[in-house]
Every structure is written in structure tokens, then in C-alpha cells.
Design a protein around this ligand. Structure first.
Ligand code: DSN
Length: 414
């Protein structure tokens, strides 16, 4: 593999090979990451990257679109079948630009929007003051309670008082199910747009293992590379009446030519997610997250909200006397990758926060089941309870590598 790169550019070749080894030999617990199939890798690296195709199928600006139109139409049809949506735009480059397109389509600058506060599990694009979203719109945050759950009565109270033009229901670090119907009902009550950002749980919704907001919401956005296990990208789904505004916002409003190699990869990803095996995958992702949560609870780790309903776990390490950064760094040396994360009512800084965020999508793809998740929990505890002990870290790394040999990852054999 990578023979042409090797012949031409040893520096990049060496870095790719090292990354293959890292992905192959280590345990990936970042809940927004996953391993794509060999077919998706091939489409991603194909000559489709050479083409420009501004516009939409049958309505393009440049010539030579016969194959690109076919690919985009297939991607649209499969996304509609997978999520049961009326309309879909498959061109957004990724989650943040997709959210920008939704706001650009339906809001005016300065409009009031409600979103889950970032350190309570939200996302940068849900109104963080230093992001485009925070600068372009007026945000009223909603929060999780001290128990880690969103109180929907409080969300409703805030919405009735503030009358936002849109409510964003979605998260990047909330381990519990969201009450989609209640969010949509609140929006109806005040005449606000309902917008669900399901990036983290898009694959679990596609698999039918957690409830979908699509029937209730005006607009739903998902990235395609997290639990959905496709290429790095996003799609925007909506009720038919919003389709034109969203199309115009994506192109020419915000983007130029779509990345056609990614559109093809998305089409392949949707077909994979339509298979019965993907439902089993979704079920196992949740079972695995719960199995890991159980081990951590047994060792007295403080899980935000006390556990998980989905693929992710948020741990507040304050009672362990270590920070999220210390935990991330030590586990990195043990070949267990996760990310430091702020926790609700955070008292530390985002670069050295109190928590870690971890999850099961990637390890489930490579075949881990409950037994392996228990081993992961035990390894994590060994490292975290002797945080500076490099010998323990190296010992765990060796055991991790041995286990990983039995669970191959597509595209990493070099
Ligand atoms: N970076 C993504 C995550 O890890 O959740 C969100 O954009």
C-alpha cells in the first residue's frame, strides 16, 4: 500500500504508516471517531477528487457531470431511505459548515437561538461566543442540571420567556437520550424552528436503536463520520418546505464545488447502514458503552448523569485527584486514546479540564464485545490509579497491542 507516496514523498509516507500502526495497535475511544470500510477508503481516494460540480444534479454550472449526477442522486435516494426524511442535501463539507448553512438558510443575523451550552455537552457551533455562531446570532443557552440531565420543563420555561427563532437540540458530550418530541412541541408552541444536530448519534438513529427526531423536526443535521461510520462529512435533512432555502444556503451561499469523492463515499456509507448488520452494530455500540460504564462505576469513577444511554461516557475525575489532561496523556502512552473534556459546571480550563470523554463506536467496529470492554475498563483503571507510572503504561500498551492483533482495522495493513 501507498507505493506511489513512498516513491515520491518519504516524509508523508512515514507519517501515514506510523498512523496506520497507531490505529491498528491501539484502542480508540474518542466517541466521535470510527473506522470506515475498505470500500469507503477506496472511494475517498478515487479520481472523483478531480471534478468540479457546482450546483445540484441536472443543474450544474460546468460540463462533464453525467457520472457525478448519478453518484449524488444515489446518495440522496439512499439517505432518504435510511433516515425517512423528505428532503436531504448531501453536499455539506462537514458538521460545522452544515450548521452554518442551516442558520444561514432560516435565520437573520442577530436572531435569537437556544442551544445546549458547550461545557454542558453542546457544541462550538451551538453558540460559543468566539465561534461564527456566537458572533452572528444571539444565544440563550440551556443547561444540564447538577444530576447531568436536561430538565425539559426548564427548557420550556426559558423558551416561553425568551421566544427564540430556533431551538437547537443536539450535543457532542451528552450521554443521555434527548426528548426530541418535547423539543419539537416547545418549538411549535412558540413558533420557532426546530433543529436537531444528531452528529454524534446519527448512526444509532440510522440503525434504529435510538429514537429519531426526523418525524418531528424542521431540520436535522448529521455528520457522517461518527457513529454513522462514513467519510468525514455531513448531510442536512429537512421538511420539503425548507429544502430550497437550505440548497441555496449550502451553494452558492457558503460553499463552492462539492467534494465528489466524499459524496460517493457517503453513498457507500448509507448502503452499508441500510444493511441488517448495521442494526446489530448499533445495538452492540450501546451494549459496549454500558459494559465499559459498569466497570468504571465499579471503580468509583464519577460518570456524568451516572451512566449512558448511547455511545459515549463523560467522566468527572475530580474525586480521583487527577485532571482530564493528565488522564489523556497517561492513557495515550498506554495506547488508549480518548479526549480530555470539560464537565458541566466546570471549575478548570478547557485545555486542562476535569473530565474525559470516551465511547464505543470505533472499538465496536473492530469487533470488541462486552468481554473486551471489561478489559478496556480494567486497563484504564490500572493506568489512572497510578497516573505517573510509566512502567504500568508500557505494560498496558503491550497488552493492548496483543489484543488488537485479533481485531483488524481496514486499511491499516502496511
Ligand atoms: N470534534 C467533534 C467531537 O469530537 O465531538 C465535534 O465537532
Amino acid at each position: 500500500m501507498f507505493d506511489s507516496i513512498k516513491a515520491q514523498d518519504m516524509e508523508i509516507y512515514n507519517a501515514i504508516v506510523a498512523e496506520c500502526h497507531r490505529q491498528r495497535d491501539g484502542i480508540e475511544l474518542i466517541p466521535s471517531e470510527n473506522y470506515v470500510s475498505a470500500a469507503i477508503l477506496e472511494a475517498n481516494g478515487s479520481i472523483l477528487t478531480n471534478k468540479y460540480s457546482e450546483g445540484y444534479p441536472r443543474k450544474r454550472y460546468y460540463g462533464g457531470q453525467q457520472n457525478i449526477d448519478t453518484i449524488e442522486e444515489i446518495a440522496i435516494a439512499r439517505a432518504k431511505e435510511l433516515f425517512g426524511c423528505e428532503y436531504v442535501n448531501v453536499q455539506p463539507y462537514s458538521g460545522s459548515p452544515a450548521n452554518m448553512a442551516v442558520y444561514f438558510a432560516l435565520l437573520n443575523f442577530g436572531d435569537k437561538v437556544m442551544g445546549l451550552k458547550l461545557d454542558h455537552g453542546g457544541h462550538i457551533t451551538h453558540g460559543l461566543p468566539i465561534s461564527f455562531s456566537g458572533k452572528a446570532y444571539e444565544w440563550v443557552p440551556y443547561l444540564v442540571e447538577e444530576n447531568g440531565f436536561i430538565d425539559m420543563d426548564k427548557v420550556e420555561e426559558t423558551a416561553l420567556r425568551e421566544k427564540p427563532k430556533m431551538i437547537v437540540a443536539g450535543f457532542s458530550a451528552y450521554p443521555r437520550n434527548m426528548d426530541w418530541k418535547r423539543f419539537a412541541d416547545i418549538c411549535k408552541k412558540i413558533g420557532a424552528y426546530s433543529f436537531a444536530d444528531i452528529s454524534h448519534v446519527g448512526g444509532l438513529i440510522a440503525a434504529g436503536v435510538i429514537e429519531s427526531p426526523v418525524p418531528y423536526f424542521d431540520v436535522v443535521m448529521t455528520t457522517t463520520h461518527k457513529t454513522l461510520r462514513g467519510p468525514r462529512s455531513a448531510i442536512i435533512m429537512a421538511k420539503e418546505e425548507h429544502g430550497k432555502a437550505i440548497d441555496r444556503a449550502v451553494f452558492p451561499g457558503l460553499q463552492g464545488g462539492p467534494h465528489d469523492q466524499i459524496t460517493a463515499s457517503k453513498a457507500i456509507c448509507f448502503e452499508e447502514a441500510l444493511r441488517p448488520e448495521f442494526k446489530q452494530y448499533g445495538e452492540q455500540v450501546i451494549t459496549n458503552a454500558k459494559a465499559l460504564a459498569e466497570v468504571l462505576l465499579r471503580y468509583d469513577y464519577n460518570l456524568v448523569s451516572g451512566g449512558t444511554d448511547n455511545h459515549l461516557i463523560l467522566v468527572d475525575l475530580t474525586n480521583k485527584g487527577i485532571s482530564g489532561k493528565q488522564a489523556q496523556d497517561s492513557l495515550d502512552r498506554a495506547e488508549i486514546t480518548l479526549n480530555k473534556n470539560t464537565v458541566p459546571y466546570e471549575k478548570r480550563s478547557p485545555m486542562d479540564p476535569s473530565g474525559i470523554r470516551l465511547g464505543s463506536p470505533a472499538v465496536t467496529t473492530r469487533g470488541f464485545k462486552e468481554k473486551e470492554m471489561q478489559m478496556v475498563g480494567e486497563w484504564m483503571h490500572r493506568v489512572l490509579s497510578d497516573i505517573d507510572n510509566e512502567e504500568v503504561q508500557h505494560q498496558v500498551a503491550a497488552e493492548v497491542k496483543e489484543l488488537c492483533q485479533h481485531f483488524p482495522v481496514a486499511g491499516t495493513r502496511v
